[in-house]
Design a protein around this ligand. Structure first.
Ligand SMILES: Nc1ncnc2c1ncn2[C@@H]1O[C@H](COP(=O)(O)OP(=O)(O)OP(=O)(O)O)[C@@H](O)[C@H]1O
Ligand code: SF4
Ligand SMILES: [Mg+2]
Length: 328
């Protein structure tokens, strides 16, 4: 097998919270022993409710947030533990597209400056090369060459996200984390940006970790899906496997709550009730058990391992083989 582009092993990200002079505080395990791989040109969707750790996981892969433990390898090279100089070089291979394109673009820089900044930083090309490169980047994301002379506030939300995408592409990365890149945009514009990402992945053979809430977008854009709950992977697999045969009750509940994703395929729909438990003191055993209609006493005692249930399909549920049966 060829080497994966990204290899994540037992990644942990903990945040200390509530620490004061008189109180030792507690720890939020935002990402808990997450492992997965991504091949070159592969697009993987990362889903889960708000607070499940998607942003923290995405950013920690790029070390925009420092992991607490575990390892991330890019092209076989350990990213965790890299020196600042090596990390700067590695950043030309891995980039991020943010949810809010306005907040992430410097309002005092022209679009041309924004797009050539990373080239400058990584000492890529001469001044003339960079000008040509900016024009080519603008064309790639569907903006006119004159956009280079203008400033971010002169553009609409969708156009600004195109600039954010062009900036990420400017250093020709192999891997991009796209953290809800369309969630802040008008619904009418979202499809254009999703289509642009689909085009780019084809053209440039990009690997993208696509964080999103809209399961129909994930189905359209991604090859595989990872389902996260309280920082842990509940299920992962190909889009076909996960959408047609979800094995984890949490995945089923997410799909059942998404009306646009073939809601009629099952009559026994699972409703997700109750709030996400506190990440400071997650339930024992299976962390999903407090909201799971299939929970049994043994679910409180056993932490379900992420088990392989077929080619490229993994599930963390001790009752995964039975849950086509009735709940309870
Ligand atoms: N800097 C921080 N300090 C303390 N806790 C944090 C910090 N950043 C994130 N968290 C906590 O980590 C958990 C995961 O947060 P994260 O933002 O990664 O979730 P998310 O899945 O991206 O959510 P959303 O869908 O709302 O963007 C949450 O409980 C959050 O409160
Ligand atoms: S292990 Fe038990 S509680 Fe957890 S998802 Fe499976 S059935 Fe539900
Ligand atoms: Mg987030």
């Amino acid at each position: 097998m060829t080497q994966p582009l990204i290899e994540v092993r037992d990644l942990e990200v903990h945040f200390p919270v509530g620490r004061t002079m008189f109180n030792a505080g507690a720890t939020v395990r935002a990402v808990h022993r997450v492992s997965f791989e991504m091949g070159r040109g592969e697009v993987v969707g990362l889903v889960g409710e708000s607070g499940s750790g998607k942003t923290t996981l995405g950013r920690s892969l790029l070390r925009l947030i420092e992991p607490t433990g575990g390892s991330v390898r890019l092209n076989g090279k350990e990213v965790t533990g890299m020196s600042p100089a090596d990390l700067r070089r590695a950043r030309s291979d891995m980039q991020i597209i943010f949810q809010d394109p306005f907040a992430s673009l410097n309002p005092r820089m022209s679009v041309g400056e924004i797009l050539s900044e990373a080239l400058h930083l990584h000492s890529i090309g001469s001044r003339a090369d960079r000008r040509d490169r900016v024009a080519a980047l603008l064309e790639t994301v569907g903006l006119p060459p004159q956009a280079a002379e203008r400033y971010p506030h002169e553009f609409s939300g969708g156009q600004r996200q195109r600039i954010g995408i062009a900036r990420a592409l400017s250093v020709e990365p192999a891997f991009i984390v796209a953290d809800e890149p369309v969630s802040a945009l008008d619904v009418s514009i979202q499809a254009q940006i999703v289509n642009l990402l689909a085009e780019l992945r084809e053209k440039m053979k990009l690997s993208i970790l696509f964080i999103g809430h809209d399961l129909s977008v994930i189905e359209y854009l991604c090859d595989r899906v990872i389902v996260l709950y309280l920082g842990k992977v509940m299920e992962s697999g190909t889009v076909a496997e996960i959408y047609q045969r979800p094995r984890h009750p949490y995945t089923r509940a997410l799909l059942d709550a998404a009306p646009q994703v073939d809601a009629n395929r099952r009559t026994d729909r699972i409703m997700l009730t109750g709030d996400l438990p506190s990440p400071v003191s997650p339930p024992s055993g299976c962390i999903f058990r407090t909201r799971c209609p299939f929970a049994q006493p043994e679910c409180a005692a056993t932490v379900p391992p992420l088990e392989t249930k077929g080619a490229d399909h993994r599930v963390a549920c001790i009752r995964a083989d039975e849950i086509d049966l009735v709940p309870g």
